[in-house]
Design a protein around this ligand. Sequence first.
Ligand SMILES: [Zn+2]
Length: 251
Amino acid sequence: MHNSILTDLLTLSHEIGREDRGLAILGEGNASARLSDEAFLVKASGTCLGTLEAEHLVECRASALLPLLERESMTDAEVDGALLASRVDSAAKKPSVEAIFHAYLLSLPGIRFVGHCHATNVNQILCSLRARDFAVHRMFPDEIVCCGAASVFVPYTDPGLKLSHAIRHETEAFVQRHQRQPRVILIQNHGIIALGATWQAVISALLMAEKAARIFVGAAALGGPVFFTPHDVQRIDGRPDEAYRQRALKI
Ligand SMILES: [Zn+2]
């Protein structure tokens, strides 16, 4: 069981880290997978997604990281200490500081894989005045199929504990509003997170969001984009043929 999750997580990491895709270069981005209620695997700090191997993954205890979300603030040294203390094997590498939000997202119902990166075209928009527009609107059917009817938008904040707080706050508001888990979370001036039940769901959301970003920028240059109305979005979202396509794509 653990072996197939490990293989899937390495596959997801390599797919995100392919340099030709421009989703992540060097040590950018990270990925994680749920092993059980108690434990998950996450990329170690400073390792490269494109060439990730099993030894670059750290098994962490969720119960050691989730309580950090209840803390108002912690020093960088305290966060580092908590990250190290969350390791199941104390000889393992240090988990990424973003392991805190991975722990939270993997605790959501039905979520088993999470991928995060600094995708070039998505960040082109997230670093612009139109970041929120890109998160809340949809432009074409496949964007809805792979990325959901809307994305969570998180205003810029300090990476680490503060960002994990903000992600939880905005995700809870999204679930209240939409009555379902998000597929995509967009962090202003930072990057994208995709979450899902399978590694395919995560890579599909990341690739489609990156394509949507290219379309958004091109459409903006031509005086657009023209967004779907809420009715159009709902219609695509509820169609049985789109649900069939989602199952076929394992997303
Ligand atoms: Zn990041």
